[in-house]
Design a protein around this ligand. Structure first.
Ligand SMILES: NC(=O)c1ccc[n+]([C@@H]2O[C@H](COP(=O)([O-])OP(=O)(O)OC[C@H]3O[C@@H](n4cnc5c(N)ncnc54)[C@H](OP(=O)(O)O)[C@@H]3O)[C@@H](O)[C@H]2O)c1
Length: 303
């Protein structure tokens, strides 16, 4: 297959962000702009260096978007090697092969690279110190990408939700149908982020890379506005779900502390990311209220 100036190769195409990238690439304002090669794990297992070399050499894309990851935060404590293979080793595979073939790589990382001890939003330069195996493996992936490929974009995002896959919003809706009362952690603060918003920003960067001499390589924070607790997030889910009659009634919510809800993986108490660098790069409209994304998701789930 010959190289195409507009071919974009997407890994992890069946995950939340992967599905939203596919949807956005098909929207009216973008359709025909790229030739999107969307590959799920069965088409390309990124832990195999041989497969990565073979597939990238065959398609010769203009850009690779890596939306594949091991995202089971608690399970990663029991199987850190599996998380490391996908989040660190496989990211290195992509960076090495992209470097060899001269292809830029868009990669996604997480707020869980921070320990949450800050009281003001984290910018891209602040020291990392992950609390658990998932965060450590994602940080190792970031480092491998930076080490092996200068033409990279790393987007650290947080609390991702969408109409696809498993996420907090869908868990709340399921629990809201099953129970009258729910206890939700209220002392972890972060920024919910709609995967459709992440997809949109990634494709805007792909446009920039495709259309002109691009020099904005590096790491960016990309999350929804404004910061809330999981308790506040749950309240917003139920208020909107009842308003659009996706749920008949909201359960009664009780705020609890992290100490009252022990999980295998420790989570940062405060993982608010600062979007300023992203805004400076692409404009103020890059920051979106996550509540708008929530309405979109709930309306899609209702229809
Ligand atoms: N979800 C969050 O709250 C959150 C928060 C911060 C950052 N992030 C980051 O955002 C990115 C996207 O997350 P997401 O929520 O879209 O994740 P997701 O829904 O869990 O999707 C990840 C996808 O990666 C695929 N995958 C796993 N191992 C693979 C492999 N070896 N080769 C190829 N594909 C593989 C999975 O396939 P299978 O379905 O076959 O397993 C899945 O489709 C990730 O980098 C994640 O770390 C997520």
């Amino acid at each position: 297959m010959s190289a195409s100036p507009n071919r974009v190769l997407l890994t992890g195409a069946n995950g939340q962000v992967g599905r939203c990238v596919q949807d956005r690439a098909k929207m009216a304002d973008r359709v025909n702009r790229y030739e999107l090669v969307a590959l799920g794990r069965s088409d390309l297992d990124i832990t195999s260096l041989t497969q990565v070399e073979e597939v990238l050499s065959r398609f010769q894309p203009r850009v690779v978007i890596n939306a594949a990851a091991y995202t089971a935060v608690d399970r990663a404590e029991q199987e850190p090697e599996s998380a490391y293979m996908v989040n660190a080793e496989a990211s290195k595979n992509l960076a090495l092969v992209c470097g060899k073939l001269g292809i830029p790589l868009v990669h996604i990382s997480t707020d869980y690279v921070f320990d949450g001890s800050n009281s003001t939003p984290y910018d891209e330069e602040m020291p990392t110190s992950p609390l658990g195996a998932y965060g450590r493996t994602k940080l190792a992936g970031e480092e491998a990408v930076r080490e092996h490929l200068s033409q990279h974009l790393i987007f650290r995002t947080s609390w991702v939700f969408s109409e696809y896959g498993n996420n907090f919003v869908k868990t709340m809706l399921r629990l809201g149908q099953e129970r009258d009362q729910l206890s939700i952690v209220s002392d972890q603060i972060g920024c919910p982020t709609y995967a459709g918003h992440i997809a949109e920003i990634i494709l805007r960067f792909v446009d920039e890379i495709n259309e002109k001499e691009f020099s904005g390589w590096g790491t960016y924070h990309l999350c929804g506005d404004k910061a809330v607790s999981w308790f506040d997030f749950a309240q917003a889910v139920f208020t909107k779900a009842v308003e659009i009659t996706l749920l008949a009634d909201a359960p009664e919510l009780t705020p609890i502390s992290t100490a009252d809800y022990p999980t295998p993986a420790a989570r940062p108490a405060f993982s608010v990311l600062d979007n300023k660098k992203l805004q400076d790069m692409l404009g103020s409209d890059t920051v979106r209220d996550w509540r708008a994304g929530l309405s979109t998701v709930l309306e899609k789930l209702a229809s």
